[in-house]
Ligand binder design. Structure first.
Ligand code: 13P
Ligand code: ZN
Length: 277
């Protein structure tokens, strides 16, 4: 079957369109990566080319050496992925040291993988190790409400986690480990990739102040659903903060503890501190 006929490629394309539909991908904003399974590489082997040069990743990911990834292109628009996948996304291969990559399929009219490739690969590496290989998807989106909150909330993982947990009862069940926050940093390089992947050892979500969100997960549905849940909760908080200077009532620490018991999740006590509404 062709590359485009593969279900992982179709799932990837659908996710790009869904993010565009929700308004998270102005211009070329946001990017997506998927760590391919061995059998998925075999299935498309006939279509993979070897004429493109090896290029430095910009960081080192030894635990991903020799693996293949489907990634969006730098400067490419999420809204165009569905219309012309071959021009906007690519399959890349990493070398035996995890230092260089080469394009094996896609980017038909030229170009290179997303400028956030160091962050995607370092996050995928940390998550591969932390989940025994289960994590395969890393997604970066420019979600409006979450970005807005980075201007008014302290850039502190405890505050962001607690505020977003309070705004939608499902949040502590969907992201029980909480969410990390990266202060503003220059995007596209190794430094922000190191800072984000450090947080990804603990969390599945990292907010980039005044920029966007990175989410990681085992498949497209879980990862997209995680991004959507975080952003929905942020939207509720933006509305609450716009309506009144303080909440009249909210979910309290003991209520989170009761929820954790019934839903069989463990919520770190560091997020269940006493505070006024
Ligand atoms: P790319 O077009 O290189 O993927 O960059 C978009 C972006 O969101 C950078 O953070
Ligand atoms: Zn971005």
């Amino acid at each position: 079957m062709s590359v485009l006929g593969q279900s992982f490629v179709q799932g990837f394309i659908r996710m790009c369109s869904d993010g565009w539909d929700l308004g998270w991908h102005e211009r070329n904003g946001g990017n997506l990566s998927y760590r391919m399974k061995e059998e998925e590489v075999w299935a498309v082997e006939d279509e993979l080319k070897t004429d493109k040069p090896w290029q430095p990743i910009g960081t080192t990911v030894p635990s991903l050496a020799g693996e293949f990834f489907l990634v969006t292109g730098s400067g490419k628009y999420m809204r165009n992925v569905q219309l012309d996948p071959e021009a906007n996304i690519s399959i890349i291969e990493l070398d035996g040291k995890g230092e260089n990559f080469r394009i094996r399929w896609g980017m038909r009219d030229g170009g290179r993988p997303t400028s956030e490739l160091p962050s995607h690969l370092m996050n995928l590496e940390v998550k591969k190790i932390a989940t025994n290989g289960a994590c395969r998807v890393v997604y970066h989106a420019h979600c409006t409400n979450t970005i807005a909150l980075t201007f008014v909330l302290p850039l502190d993982s405890k505050v962001f986690t607690r505020e977003l947990w309070e705004c939608a009862t499902e949040c502590p069940v969907v992201f029980p480990q909480g969410i990390g926050v990266v202060p503003w940093m220059v995007p596209g390089g190794r430094d922000i990739a190191v800072a984000t992947s450090e947080l990804m050892k603990e969390f599945d979500v990292a907010v980039w102040a005044h920029h966007g969100i990175f989410c990681a997960g085992p498949d497209f549905d879980t990862t997209f659903g995680l991004m959507h849940t975080v952003e929905k909760s942020a939207e509720i908080l933006v509305k609450v903060l716009s309506m009144a200077p303080r909440k009249l009532q909210t979910i309290r620490p003991d209520e989170f503890r009761a929820l954790a018991k019934d839903f069989k999740v463990s919520l770190p006590e560091k997020f269940l501190f006493e505070k006024p509404f």
